[in-house]
Ligand binder design. Structure first.
Ligand code: SF4
Ligand code: ZN
Length: 311
């Protein structure tokens, strides 16, 4: 259906006569707040169903940073959950120890879980490795997101296991996945490119699922905004060191000038996955000789990091 717009006025919703709040370039639809909320929740339900991400009786650990993606994820999953009898949620917030950033997002995570009545656990880098991220990064600021990412993944996985979870859900959206495709292509890292499936099929790790992987970032922001759930929170001070920040800016620019670019990147990744099916692109998994976690070499990333940090 062609988008409807009244000349000289704001466009109206393709599904009703209400003013539109968002334009979906891929479906070429304008949507009002009510229809956007319905559409986002339906697409998340379809993603979960098509990829077998949640089953009856599952206990899903939701990585809740308190930012917009994880907030939307927890809200949507708490609404969709009755579809899977016996399934439950536990929200896990990792406090990395980042001054001037974490306090506000922790507070947002706390009040959201209280409002939704979801069990909430908090884990800290200090408990995991004995120091805050700020301290660990002194003189290593350019490696901030690599170090943070490795430790956060470990903290989340440990907390999820301790909470009896059967899977870990993260708030990665379509933009995040498109950025990851491009970053892995830039690095020439095919194994990592085909590993980011979001279907949670790994046997060695607690399955990781990405129910928002079909939803663009701007629709997530609008989804929260129209329900009065959007808050402006501080940005992590280390963002400026991240390769992802450059790729995000580049892709947003392309998406603006060539709508559908991000969707095409995701489609390309799926095509590569199909070509690679049955091809051993990943090194076989071993057990880390120090902690026993599954890894591709002799030592896992966390233990290698501990050594390099002198921990
Ligand atoms: Fe961690 Fe980097 Fe994200 Fe900051 S921007 S929270 S350092 S991954
Ligand atoms: Zn290890």
């Amino acid at each position: 259906m062609e988008p409807r717009a009244v000349p000289g006025e704001s466009p109206v919703c393709t599904c009703c006569a209400e003013p539109a709040v968002v334009y979906q370039s891929v479906t070429r639809r304008h949507l009002c707040g009510t229809h956007l909320v319905r559409d986002v929740e339906e697409r998340v339900r379809a993603t979960i169903q098509e990829n077998g991400q949640i089953h009856a009786g599952d206990r899903v650990a939701v990585g809740l940073s308190g930012g917009k993606d994880s907030t939307a994820l927890l809200v949507i999953l708490s609404r969709l959950l009755p579809a899977w009898p016996g399934a439950s949620l536990v929200a896990i917030t990792v406090d990395e120890g980042i001054a001037g950033y974490r306090a506000d997002t922790m507070q947002a995570a706390e009040s959201l879980t209280e409002r939704l009545g979801v069990d909430h656990r908090i884990v800290t880098f200090r408990d995991l490795i004995g120091d805050d991220l700020d301290t660990l990064l002194v003189g290593r600021e350019t490696q901030s997101c690599t170090i943070c990412g490795i430790l956060r993944k470990k903290a989340l996985a440990d907390a999820a296991r301790a909470a009896g979870a059967t899977s870990i859900a993260t708030g990665h959206n379509l933009d995040d996945d498109a950025q990851s495709v491009l970053m892995n292509a830039f690095r020439g890292d095919l194994p990592r490119l085909v590993r980011m499936t979001g279907t949670g099929t790994s046997e060695a790790f607690l399955p990781r699922i990405k129910p928002l992987m079909a939803i663009p970032e701007k629709e997530i922001a609008s989804y929260l905004f129209v329900q009065d759930l959007f808050s402006v929170l501080p940005e992590c001070p280390y963002t400026k060191y991240a390769l992802r920040a450059e790729v995000r800016a580049l892709l947003s620019d392309y998406e603006c000038r060539h709508p559908g670019t991000m969707q095409h990147l995701i489609e390309s990744k799926k095509m590569i996955e199909r070509y690679c099916a049955g091809t051993p692109v990943m090194e076989p998994l071993h057990r880390c000789r120090e902690c026993g976690d599954p890894c591709s070499g002799d030592l896992c990333q966390v233990c290698r990091l501990r050594h390099s940090l002198g921990k």
